[in-house]
Write a protein that binds this ligand. Structure first.
Ligand code: SAM
Ligand code: SF4
Length: 333
């Protein structure tokens, strides 16, 4: 087990430096691959960590070696006063990178406030660049508004890189490839396709529904030569640049090419549970000790113990795999 003062490490020797914080389980979209059409039973307000509680845990974890924090949800921008939380976390001593994943619906409203608060990088999730097909996936007719949000944040040059993430699903995303390639080549956004994972509340996922990164890359390469960009071992995306120098495109392949061996991530849910894998079936409650007055030392011990037991790898595609009890919006993707 780790000594006090040492960075967080698990029993498989992986150093943990990346934290995803879900700030709410609520969302204003109902993406097919994530939430049911009618939504999910939301947490009560008092169940959700306050900004001060999130700040305390983030500061504690940064003291244990977390360098990068990504704010996610649910939809983070539906949390009231969210830029205030960004400002609180941006002020945490020792935090290297503070980023956000959003569906973009409220980004036009909040872009300037987020930049003022100190957000470093933003990922916007967009699964289709055709309005009717965007509606089909998200169950919201919101593409023009999301694109305005993307432009609003991109207007701030110190927020870079801007990434656009599309979940790739068979018999849907094939027809999106040309439009996303066009976007990647016409802008400085890094467009990335993410393989569909069995984390949808409707349990519609099947192995066949995964359109793999390799298949998508082959579709891109029909028209364009790609050159792989070297990457950090813990990077989830395989990034390629177009050989003519215009733009980059990435593929995140957790199903067909798992990157668990180099995983450096943990997650904190909106109600204060620590998850050591997207597919965890066990989680560790931090909210109760926090609210019961635990000292930093006591919280550190709970965190170190949970991280030590981080899962070796996910078992998607293996016989007997069972999806976790929580779906993506309740985990914090
Ligand atoms: N609401 C925000 C958004 O959509 O960007 C943040 C939370 S969302 C859960 C984070 C990311 O997870 C999004 O890029 C979304 O597309 C992705 N996601 C959700 N369900 C997924 C699934 N079943 N497989 C792969 N990615 C998924
Ligand atoms: Fe909401 Fe994001 Fe899930 Fe879509 S993927 S339903 S925007 S949490």
């Amino acid at each position: 087990m780790d000594e006090a003062g040492q960075p967080l490490r698990d029993a498989h020797g992986r150093a943990i430096s990346d934290l995803r914080v879900s700030v709410t389980d609520r969302c204003n979209f109902r993406c097919q691959y994530c939430m049911p059409a009618d939504g999910l039973p939301w947490l009560d307000r008092e169940e959700v960590l306050s900004f001060e509680e999130i700040e305390r845990l983030v500061a504690l974890l940064v003291g244990l070696g977390i360098e990068d924090v990504r704010l996610t949800g649910g939809e983070p921008l539906v949390r009231r006063d969210f830029p205030r939380l960004v400002a609180m976390l941006a002020a945490v001593d020792g935090l290297r990178d503070l980023s956000l994943t959003t569906n973009g619906y409220l980004l036009e409203r909040d872009a300037a406030a987020l930049v003022d608060a100190g957000i470093g990088r933003v990922n916007v999730s967009i699964d289709s660049l055709a309005r009717d097909r965007f509606f089909q996936i998200t169950r919201r007719d919101a593409l023009p508004r999301v694109l305005r949000g993307l432009e609003a944040i991109a207007a701030h040059e110190r927020v870079r890189p801007i990434k656009v993430n599309a979940v790739a699903m068979r018999d849907f995303t094939e027809r999106e490839v040309a439009a996303f390639v066009g976007l990647a080549r016409a802008s400085d956004y890094q467009v990335r396709f993410i393989e569909f994972m069995p984390l949808d509340a409707d349990h519609a996922w099947t192995p066949e529904s995964v359109l793999t990164g390799a298949e998508l890359r082959a579709l891109v390469e029909r028209e364009h030569e790609l050159i792989e960009v070297p990457r950090e071992p813990s990077a989830t995306a395989r990034v390629y640049r177009f050989a003519d120098g215009r733009g980059e495109i990435g593929f995140i392949n957790p199903v067909s090419e798992p990157f668990c061996a180099d995983c450096n991530r943990i997650r904190l849910t909106a109600e204060g549970r620590l998850r050591t894998c997207l597919f965890s079936v066990h989680e560790t409650d931090l909210r109760e000790p926090l609210r019961d007055g635990a000292s930093d030392g006591e919280l550190e011990e709970i965190v170190r113990d949970a991280v030590w037991r981080k899962e070796l790898k996910h078992r998607v595609g293996e016989p007997g795999f069972r999806p976790p009890p929580r779906s993506m919006s309740a985990i914090g993707g």
